[in-house]
Design a protein. Structure first.
Length: 400
């Protein structure tokens, strides 16, 4: 199905394979996207197989398909299968890498204003634990991480750059490859949070130059909840020891000895959600079949249309930033609380999320913004849904 664009016939097929579109206008893909049939069927089929023959036995039977999940993830990101781990969510994947990094007292970690809330909390805990200096690099005039400021900060020394590729609270796509080039120049370890970008935009870890990449299945990849993944390059595998181990991550070689495995699966646990893992593999294969580039082109065009339509409404203000924008659209309606707008939309079978200031303390309060409504589109959404959505927002009882 892969093309440089998606035809009307392909879009009809994609919507037919997404039964949820018959029930809701789902503009909450940055939260959890509607899965295609194959993801649901793959996940449920394995659960039924566990019920029929037993959990251990079902996993053994599916061994080849489980192994293929790593090959699919590697294809998606331009990596090798042994560089990929499947972990229960994006935050835990990020934690396993960052908490396992061999920090020294006084190390500097550079991050941006749009960094994800859980990552910032983690960095603040590590700051206390290792006496780190967490440095927030300012945005440039377009609202993305300022590359000149980052270069100056790197020149002063840094152990790590931790960057969110696509922030949760705005349309911004950070310049990940340019950041990677700076990190290479200054030989700085680079951790990229791709939770919102995986499946939304094409990603090649070699072009970006990150040492670590974390992500989730449930958002733009349209996989099951409770699935995530971690990419670690060879330098990361040499440098990072997981913060905890089990019999999957390491081998008990003698009464007082163990050896950590030499691939990315050292960051996994022995016990895992096998049904979810297979569902994640089905989602990645589906994304590869659609074509991430084609899907990205469509969803970004839909987001541009939504921004433009919302921006044309009285008393509605769009608050996206960045030179390069994706499928997340954030806005507020003057005089109305974000939760009231969300409720009104829900009453009309339209799903959105709220980005509260408490989840973006380095960003939204810095811009003087309260909670924003977050509408996030995907390639399976269509123009008629945008029309219905904007008309509901424009209702005289809502946007007044």
């Amino acid at each position: 199905m892969t093309t440089t664009d998606l035809s009307a016939e392909q879009l009809t097929k994609l919507r037919a394979e997404t039964p949820g579109v018959d029930n809701v206008v789902h503009f909450n893909n940055a939260g959890s996207a509607l899965p295609p049939n194959v993801v649901v069927e793959t996940t449920v089929a394995h659960l039924r197989r566990e019920a029929d023959i037993g959990g251990y036995e079902a996993a053994a039977e599916a061994a080849d398909r489980l192994s293929a999940v790593y090959e699919s993830l590697a294809r998606l990101f331009g990596a090798r299968p042994e560089q990929m781990a499947v972990i229960e969510n994006a935050t835990r994947a990020w934690d396993m890498a960052v908490y396992g990094y061999p920090f020294q007292p006084g190390d500097r970690v550079l991050t941006g204003r749009a960094e994800y809330v859980s990552n910032v909390i983690g960095l603040l805990q590590l700051q206390k634990r290792f006496d780190l200096e967490v440095v927030v690099v300012e945005d440039d005039e377009a609202g993305q991480i300022d590359l000149l400021e980052l270069e100056r900060a790197l020149a002063n020394g840094a152990a790590m750059v931790a960057l969110t590729h696509v922030p949760t609270n705005g349309g911004l796509i950070n310049p990940a490859a340019e950041v990677g080039e700076l990190c290479r120049r200054f030989d700085t370890f680079y951790v990229l949070d791709a939770c919102q970008s995986a499946g939304q935009v094409p990603i090649d870890v070699n072009e970006i130059g990150c040492d670590v990449l974390s992500g989730t299945g449930r958002k733009y990849l349209r996989g099951p909840r409770g699935t995530g993944f971690l990419y670690t390059n060879d330098r990361a595998l040499e440098r990072i020891e997981p913060p905890f181990l089990d019999l999957h991550a390491a081998e008990w070689t003698d009464e007082r000895e163990y050896v950590i495995r030499d691939d990315a699966r050292r960051f996994e646990n022995w016990e895992t959600n096998y049904a979810g893992k297979l569902g994640l593999g089905a989602a990645v294969d589906y994304a590869l079949d659609v074509g991430v580039e084609a899907g990205s082109s469509r969803l970004r065009a839909l987001a541009d249309e939504l921004r433009s339509r919302l921006d044309g409404l009285d008393n509605v203000t769009v608050h996206d930033k960045g030179r390069n924008r994706g499928g997340i659209v954030t806005f507020k309606v003057d005089g109305l609380d974000a939760s009231a707008v969300q409720q009104r939309l829900a009453e009309n079978n339209m799903n959105v999320s709220i980005s509260p200031a408490g989840h973006a303390r380095l960003d939204l309060p810095h811009r003087g913004l309260p909670a924003l409504i977050r509408a996030s589109v995907h390639y399976y959404n269509d123009e008629s849904e945008i029309e219905r959505f904007v008309s509901t927002i424009a209702d005289s009882q809502l946007a007044r």
